[in-house]
Structures are given as structure tokens and as C-alpha cells.
Design a protein around this ligand. Sequence first.
Ligand SMILES: Cc1ncc(COP(=O)(O)O)c(C=O)c1O
Length: 420
Amino acid sequence: MEFLDNSVSLKDDGFYIDDVSLNTIIKEYAAPLFIYDGNYIEKKYLSLYKHIPWKKLKIFYAMKANYNVSILKMLKEKNASLDTVSPAEVLLSSKLGYPPENVIFTANNMTDQEMDEVKKSGVLFNIDSLSRLEKYGKKYPDTDICIRFNPDVIAGENSKVQTGGESTKFGVLLSEVENIKKIVEKYGLAVKGLHEHTGSGISETESVYQSMRNLLSIAKRENFPNLEFISFGGGFKVPYTPEDKKIDYSEFGKNITNIFSSFCKEYGKELYLCFEPGKYVVAEGGYFVVQVNTIKNNRGRMIVGTNSGFPHLIRPVLYNAYHHICNISNPRGKMFTYDICGNICETGDLFASQRQLPEVREGDFLLIMNAGAYCYSMGSIYNLRPLPNEVFIYNGRANLSTKMLSSNDFVENILRGHCG
Ligand SMILES: Cc1ncc(COP(=O)(O)O)c(C=O)c1O
């Protein structure tokens, strides 16, 4: 039985995550169910501080990957910083006690109303268009800001998450520096940070280095004399298939540090080096359990029907993403080929197509791996199915973190939002 490099293990009496029995968790909380291994996530977050040997390093966790409150509380205890993208993400960070100086706001296509709402929180704005910079400067002159640039490098595991290059909507073009400077000067703004995010799941480390060099080429004293930090976004890839190449993050960290250190010498000041990973921190520490309730043999094609679907885990449908799946009820069974389907009224509602798994029977539980990033947080209630329970395991204890709404509470919520 093959696993990825996460914390699940098979013992004589079934599967375990961090010494907590999966059978026990499933019995208590039922499927569909997300499970997070808090210690594993903590280790991943802190590992970047080991891999990147730059003293002034600040890792902002991109909470869009997973806004689970237990994860956010645990990371806060580690003095983590957060990358936020909406007023509600900023509000949640503040209610959980994250100090504003540890939060950055990187909204895309922000409205005036959002700008005013978030400004009150005191967090730093990372502005990604000339138009927004003009509006921000006019309303909030003589304040600090960060500017998001397009690094002009195309990289990332899927075209939908490649955020650099001319065809994307993100960031200001590097060639617009002079226009940025004019607006900054006009309103007395202090540019404290520069930022770029190249894409998600970047497999070629050279692309990251190139993005860094491109952004650093404009980060000159004469352009931006007040810099305190430079952020190179997220995008650190983790393996999703057992065959995926693993990146040597220690070597990567050293190379990054060398590039940044040479830059700081030229700039004449040791700046903070910042990153904002999402997937790297939470993907592998998350699991999704579904239960098989229907098996069909369509003239030899085996169709497995489960009690969840793409509203709970959309990555296979949206990005054609591979998620490793284990049949935890029959791990040593004979191998067969299956389509693993959801319960949603669309033919494309599949977790996996033509996947080899140990014999699957009605009633079996399937464990979908790497379900910690962009799964629950991208969830929807399509077909009016509430989002599942989330369980958080930390220091050997499993606790219910988010409760799935009963059909009754779920419908009551919908009716409460109805205005006329
Ligand atoms: C601006 C920005 N920063 C960071 C991230 C996190 O990316 P990842 O989860 O691939 O690390 C994203 C992802 O969309 C992003 O848009």
C-alpha cells in the first residue's frame, strides 16, 4: 500500500493519524469528514524557518488555502503571520488575535467599500493596480503600502493558478514602475514592501528564482527608498502523487537566501524576506473521508458512488487534480479499477477516474489524501448539501473543530437569509 509523505500509518487494527485511530474518529463523527493533523501542519509551517537561513524571515500563511479556526489558532500560538484576501479573512484574523502587523491584505479588484472597511483594522495593504493605488492614495495619503507586481514568469501546476505573465489579471507590470512612483509621490505614500506571486504548485525552482530576480531588478533605492520587506508569494509545491518529484527545500532555501542576500547588499539594508505559502503548509496534513454507498457495474466499468461530491472537494473537477485515495476498510484487498464518484447531479462529479484500488464494497470508507488545501475552503453548498464536519487532531487528541449543519439547521439558515 502506497502513501504519500504524510502522517497516516497502517497498524494491525486499522489506520492511524498521529496515533489516533481513524476508525474511532469515523465512528464518532461519521463521513463525509475532513480531518486535520495539527502537529503535521505546525511542523510544515515551522520547517520553512529551518530551510531558509535568512535571519529576517517572515512566513505569512495564505489562509485562503484553509481558514479552519483550529488551524489558525494553532498557527497563532507559533507567532505566524497571515496573508488575507477579503474583509472577512481580515476580520477573522483580528478576532483570533492576530496583531495587524502580522497580517497583509492582498485583495484583487477591491471595492472602495472593502478598502474603507479593511483600512480600519490597521493591516498593511498590498495593492495590485495603478487604479487602486490612485484611489487609495487619494483617500489615505501619507500612509504605508506594499505594491504587488507581476513577475513576468509563467509557472504553476495548472493554467488557472498561474498568476504571472501578460494574460493574468494580477499585479502591476514591472514596466509601470515610473507610473507607480508618480502616484506614490503625489500622495506621500511610503512603499514599505514589494510583492509578487508567480503561481501555485511550482515544480521548477528556477521559475521562483527568476521571479525573484525580476522583482528585485526594480527594487532599487532610487525607485523605492523606504523598503522594509519583499514578499515572493506562495506556490511551494508538495507531492500529490506517489511519483511526484520532491523538491529539496533546504537547497531551495539556500539559493533563495543567496539571491536575497546579494540584493540586500546592493540595496544597502537587510530587509525582511517574506513568503506566503498556503498549500505547502496545509495540503498534506488534511484528509477527507467519504463512504461508499452504491456500486454499479456498467458493462464492466465499475462505478463507485460515495456520500460526498465536488462541492466538498472540487480540485479534481476544477484543476483535473490528482488526489491519492486509500480504501481504508479493505487496504489489503485485490486490486480493481474504479471511477470514484460523488453524489452531485453532474456526470463530471468524480474524485478519480479509472483508479486502481483494493476491492471496494458498499459501506467501505475511502480516505482522500492531501485534502488540507483548497478543499473545504473552496467548498460550496451546491445541491443543498451542507459542508462536512472538520476534526482537528493535536498532540494525540481529536476534537470536533467545525460542525456539519443538520438538514434542519441548514435549511433554517437559508430561510433566515431570505428577505422577501
Ligand atoms: C497572492 C497569493 N499568495 C499566496 C498564495 C498561496 O499559494 P499556494 O497555496 O500555492 O502556496 C496565493 C494562492 O492563490 C495567492 O494568490
